[in-house]
Design a protein around this ligand. Sequence first.
Ligand code: ATP
Ligand code: MG
Length: 642
Amino acid sequence: MSDTVQRPAAPSTANCTPEQYDALYERSVQDPDGFWLEQAKERLDWYTAPTKGAEWSYDPVDIKWFSDGTLNICYNAVDRHLDTHGDQIALIFEPDSPDAPGRSLTYRQLHKEVTRVANALKAMGVRKGDRVTLYMPMIVEGALTMLACARIGAIHSVVFGGFSPEALAGRIMACESRFVVCADQGLRGSKTVPLKANVDAALAMQGVSVDGVLVFDHTGGEIEMVDGRDHWFADFASDDECPCEEMNAEDPLFILYTSGSTGTPKGVLHTTGGYALWAATTFHYTFDYQPGDIFWCSADIGWVTGHTYVTYGPLINAGTSLIFEGVPNYPDHGRFWDVIDKHKVNLFYTAPTAIRALMREGDSFVTSRNLSSLRVLGTVGEPINPEAWRWYYEVVGKKNCPIVDTWWQTETGGHMITTLPYAHDMKPGSAGKPFFGIQPLLVDNDGNTLEGATEGNLCITHSWPGQARTVYGDHDRFEQAYFSTYPGRYFTGDGCRRDEDGYYWITGRVDDVINVSGHRMGTAEVESALVLHPKVAEAAVVGYPHDIKGQGIYCYVTLNAGEEGSDELYSELRQHVRKEIGPIATPDHLQFTDGLPKTRSGKIMRRILRKIAENDYGSLGDTSTLADPSLVDRLIEGRQNR
Ligand code: ATP
Ligand code: MG
């Protein structure tokens, strides 16, 4: 499975050739301060340019970058482009329904709109340092509001629009936010999402109270407005002037809650200067961004991917970013590809879960579209199975588009490990090489450094500009979660293999590594083997206590459209894994299911599957970020290990 796919020859415009990568990487780890101060001056505009690079300690945890510099990220994403790119499209809006009118904003229009939103926020009483909770559909007003907050020095906390009123209330309280921004409703796959009604429900809960709610008119649906508290955006005077607040590089920019795959979501805090630089630099290199490129990241702005690669990365680079309100399967499974053709998207960035879901429906939805505008394809969120990688590369990209499999986390601010389009050959299933300044370290369970080709727990040694600074209001939790397992190191929580070429292979969460009769294996490996079978759409594998082997292998499997589970298929799949990996990996239990429990961002929640496999499903922990709670009952119903 570890065959190599050759990178395309580097065009003369390429942002990074193999030689450049080697030289820049070397410099970035030999002289991080020099390297990043240089990048900071090249890629960002500062009121006061920084002279200090990193000031960091992991014990106790205290991280700063560029602490004597001042800037405004909204100025960098909008205002500074007005002279040079005023008439260029900054944001393209593609609505849920292909028949509804879309919209696009030039940088000049973006500036005007951001200024209006910023003034509306100010008129509501928002001041520098205040937290503002956004609960928005995927419309341009989401990005506008993020930028408007940044413009006036307010801290945004975006809560995914698919979350319940309870989850929203919890996140409003956790960061003591006194302001909420929402739309009347959202649209997803022709269904309306009652955003304002959910805000009302959240604000009616015990202990939740805010000073103001700003409401955008999106669908025109019926909603209630509370006098004195709720304000229509349209009712604010349109004033085109609003100066950017001069922010210290270490002033907070945003709070964002993690996906909740492994426990209660953490309110990760990012600051201004280092994050801005990380967004700018990774976007430029990872996607080989060229002036004029149309970039589409399909992630919601409620996730870090939407923060860094829908809003900040593209705009700081004066790029054009597409915002899509809908879903991949409405009106049919070809919608992504229609959007790409309609807007001539050059750089496309999505998640393995979407790729697997579309692959399951067959090739015809893709092959019936043109897609010749595509140049680079990206993926993020989970390990991508080589099978899905191949499909993305061959069917979607027609073998013309390099794939960047970007490994990173909410806590890292942006890409950490990825190949670069023209600098590296690709290995399906491997994220590839460390980004500039990133020094990965693999350790065993006792924290001993592992050298060469090996497998272990993935840590990062030196700090990098985009690193989260704390968990909002709970620095102890920040230290505990990331810096206490291996003192002096940032521990990612992920397991990882490094091969003889220095490529990194994320094997899944360390908690997900299973140990069968003394053989350690990543659940991702067994899952990839299962997905190779022509009838299997998706698989999730967990370990459970086994009397003889220590741990047994329990597989949850969903099948392709039109297939059904049977005893024959059960044995066939066990044999198949045996053949692909070896007898040691033979599944002990295999459960066919119509779906897998996923977070709202589309990640498989293995901790729930582990509980069910252990036949211990009484307390499933925090399930507030689960997309379809009813599925859990069906899974318990069909459990195999009774
Ligand atoms: P929580 O921290 O609340 O449990 P989460 O870890 O899912 O949730 P995110 O920050 O959105 O929240 O996701 C980061 C994680 O996603 C990584 O630690 C890794 O496990 C996984 N991941 C992201 N990108 C990749 C990738 N390209 N390959 C493999 N795994 C990835
Ligand atoms: Mg995490």
